[in-house]
Design a protein around this ligand. Sequence first.
Ligand code: HEC
Length: 325
Amino acid sequence: MKISAPRTVCALLVAGLAVTSVGAAVQPMDDTALAAKIAQGIIAACPMADPADEKARDASADKLARFALLRDTLSDPLYWGGHTAGASYDPADSQLTLFNPLVWRRMYLSLFMFPGPYRIERADPYLLLWIPYQFRSKLDMGAYPYPFWHSKKKWDSYQLATQLILVFENGKIIAACRSENQDKTRPYVAHPWDGRWRWTDAKGQEQPHVSLYTYLFSPDNPYVKELDAAYRAFEAAAREQSCSICHSPNNATAMNPLRLLTFPSQSLTMRRNIVAQLQQNRMPLDTGIPDDAARQKLLELAREFAAVGDQALDYEGEPKSPDSH
Ligand code: HEC
């Protein structure tokens, strides 16, 4: 009993801390155990497959969407992008984009396949989880969240980077990056870009289909149609105010982090921030919306989009997002 009692206490502590993260002194052990569990779950969800296999990707997307520990560990929003060579792991030191955690794990993380090993490294104040990956490079163009090949640098990074890096801080994953290390011998798929972010394919299907709510949410989610209508109404009015000039993937003003407003699913990330920005008339940057009736109209549409977005995410069991800031 002398030995088993302290052991029990220790095990309880570890189990408790994995969820709540109290007490700085024991934090390192706790973070490492959490990172290992996350690594094992991600690797199990995304095994190696043919890089053209859409079904394998979709199966991984389903598993990642339902991976509860990952769901509860991802920050909302989460920073994602290529790690800048030589930079620290502070997300502000790389050019990254903000994502809702469900959107990221279902649409983005599912693009990778993991052969198995992983490595955990302490880099105070962060804990880094390195997972070597292979990219699903031969999917249909509409299976990527948007045409990454609009930028050679970005498309090279997706295809040739060798590792995914998850950045943990205080028991949360605050950022995910593709490593700056690249393997130039990997097979490379080239796509032309015709300047369009969204398009309709030969069968009349809107693309990229993975950026639509029908891909993000479960088939039985009752809010999908309403959310799609709310987004389209908001997006059309926002386009009149030039929001899409800055908030699209080419990031014309080098905003850091980038916030995307030009695709349905990605736009969920900022649903509440949009309302706050419009209430304070802070966007478009530097000018606001001079016509108050136009601002009120856009604000109304933004409120509707945020409200239905909350309902749709709640239905999936996603944690409540923090208040807008
Ligand atoms: C001229 C470029 C430009 C245009 C046009 C523009 N934005 Fe922005 N937006 C920015 C920049 C730059 C930032 C980052 C500002 C910062 O970090 O302080 C930003 C930030 C934001 C944020 C995040 C704010 C936060 O801190 O939560 C939201 C939401 C947003 N914009 C919405 C909009 C909407 C809606 C429109 C159209 C009505 C719009 N923007 C038009 C450049 C622009």
